[in-house]
Design a protein around this ligand. Structure first.
Ligand SMILES: [Zn+2]
Length: 74
């Protein structure tokens, strides 16, 4: 995960799963700060999603709410 103070000027080295300019959570353009998160695409290659910092906290909290109580499942 990487924080970019000015996302439009950031050097992005990992291909995007979706948009390279819009937030993965809300779908709106990232005009200021942004967060880059790396995972894997359907072919197993490193891929990134980009989020507004606020949207990153929403996604993180939702993942914790769904994941933590079920962490021993699957
Ligand atoms: Zn957003």
């Amino acid at each position: 995960m990487t924080y970019h103070r000015n996302f439009p000027d950031a050097n992005l080295y990992v291909p995007a799963v979706a948009s390279e300019t819009d937030c993965f959570e809300c779908g709106k353009y990232i005009s200021g700060a942004g967060v880059e998160y790396h995972g894997h695409d359907a072919q197993g290659k490193l891929a990134a999603v980009y989020l507004h910092p606020t949207c990153a906290t929403v996604v993180a909290q939702r993942l914790i709410c769904d994941g933590y109580p079920n962490r021993r499942e699957g």
